[in-house]
Design a protein around this ligand. Structure first.
Ligand SMILES: Cc1ncc(COP(=O)(O)O)c(C=O)c1O
Length: 435
């Protein structure tokens, strides 16, 4: 596969932007090689600058639940953009998207639109602190909540470790407001609440953690979080930037039937344009400016073009059986590959939750914590990844990232993809034996 145009574009990009990219994982650091520069997408397919065609399972890291250039989304954007791109005033479109959400989602009464998932989690965290008057936040190891200063921390080796920042440029004093705990560990939560009683504003969690593998939590753990938060006057904050409108219209909250106090959304909500949102009950949201004293604003918040893309996409998601069909075809696709891996005795398993899936290069049947993932096994992912690319399949370039199936993926395409996964697996395991 010829990729010389991508290679020269990347060389140029490196002279213009740090690492040649505007978001680090795009740089292919964890799989090696040169990022593929994409010039267009249609349905489930994308094409690079060298005219290579790929079946896309990255789907822009999740937003494109209808696939690329969905005609309804494109039409909505075109109609809106022709009338102007931004006014800095309220528009009817904001009402429409907000209404579409609150009238079909049991867990939010009001939303505030922002322009990214990071902005949504950052603002939700400020709201949690504003409402409770407390500073500390519990987060879990392996959960990513965007590049928010106080959430960009990972655990040390202890059970309940005060955060050490994962990034330079974050004051230690900020990181110290963050308590990082292992996922699915009730005792660790109880101990942290005991140790920091009266200081914790919220417990933040991706209810379906999908940024460090797919770490599906036991429902009883999430229910326990709900109960302990209620008992201890702590807000439960579900970061549903990935799972929201993806697992079902009501995301993980609806799937587990758990009512969080605060929710953050992004990705699917914006139909592929930059949109995030946070939402909660009327009472909690009444603390947001101008109604309340928790300040948060944005020049392009509620941008009409982005709103119209979100309206068009979510309207499709609300059609009967939308999520059931998506899940069914994802399951069929995955089961074919898993059955093959098992038959061949390969250490490999695909985990899924609805149309989100993750490739695990181990025989573990359950992975609930990031510490259960053996980083040395990820060398297999690199070989596998490049083989898949060669075969015409595009995935996010990291073994910790999940893949997404969209409505646009046809059964034929998924059958074909399952065959490519099987030959890539065979190749990968033969190659490993040579080492
Ligand atoms: C769970 C979660 N929260 C927050 C974010 C941040 O969203 P964004 O990249 O739009 O800022 C992400 C991004 O992947 C995410 O997966």
């Amino acid at each position: 596969m010829e990729r010389s145009k991508s290679e020269s574009l990347f060389e140029k990009a490196k002279t213009l932007m740090p690492g040649g990219v505007n978001s680090p994982v795009r740089a292919f650091k964890s799989v090696g090689g040169t990022p593929v520069f994409i010039k267009k997408g249609l349905g489930a397919k994308i094409w690079d600058e060298d005219d290579n065609e790929y079946l896309d399972f990255c789907c822009s890291w999740g937003p494109l639940i209808l696939g690329h250039a969905n005609p309804k989304v494109v039409e909505a954007i075109q109609n809106t953009v022709a009338e102007g791109t931004s006014f800095g005033t309220p528009t009817k479109l904001e009402n429409q998207l907000a209404e579409l959400i609150v009238s079909n989602h049991s867990y939010v009464d009001k939303v505030r639109f922002v322009s990214s998932g990071t902005e949504a989690t950052m603002s939700a965290l400020r709201l949690a602190r504003g409402v409770t008057g407390k500073n500390k936040v519990i987060k879990f190891e392996g959960c990513y909540h965007g590049h928010v200063d106080s959430l960009l921390v990972k655990a040390g080796s202890g059970l309940a470790t005060l955060g050490t920042s994962t990034s330079a440029g974050i004051p230690e004093s900020f990181a110290q407001e963050t308590i990082v705990l292992p996922l699915n560990d009730k005792e660790a939560v109880e101990k942290a609440i005991e140790d920091y009683r009266g200081q914790i504003a919220c417990i933040a969690i991706e209810p379906i953690p999908a940024n460090n593998g797919l770490l599906i939590q036991g429902p009883e753990f999430l229910k326990f979080l709900r109960e302990i938060c209620t008992r201890e006057n702590i807000l439960l904050f579900f970061d549903e930037v990935i799972s929201g409108f993806r697992i079902g219209f009501e995301g993980a909250s609806g799937y587990y039937g758990i009512s969080p106090d605060l929710l953050a959304f992004g990705k699917v909500i914006g139909g592929g344009l930059p949109v995030g949102a946070y939402g909660a009950s009327n009472e909690v949201m009444s603390n947001v400016a101008p109604e309340g004293d928790v300040y948060q604003a944005g020049t392009l918040s509620g941008n009409p073009v982005a709103m119209s893309a979100g309206i068009a996409q979510l309207t499709e998601c609300l059609k009967p059986n939308f999520y059931a069909e998506l899940e069914d075809k994802t399951l069929t696709f995955i089961q074919k590959i898993n059955a093959f891996a098992e038959k061949e005795g390969f250490e490999f398993k695909i985990f899924n939750m609805g149309s989100i899936f993750w490739l695990s290069f181990s025989n573990d049947t359950k992975v609930v914590r990031s510490s259960q993932i053996d980083p040395t096994k990820l060398t297999r992912f690199k070989v596998f990844y490049h083989k898949l690319l060669e075969l015409g399949i595009y995935m996010g370039p990291s073994g910790y990232e999940v893949g997404f199936v969209s409505e646009a993926h046809t059964v034929e395409q998924l059958n074909w993809a399952a065959e490519q996964f099987q030959s890539a697996l065979r190749f990968c395991y033969q190659k490993q034996l040579e080492y």
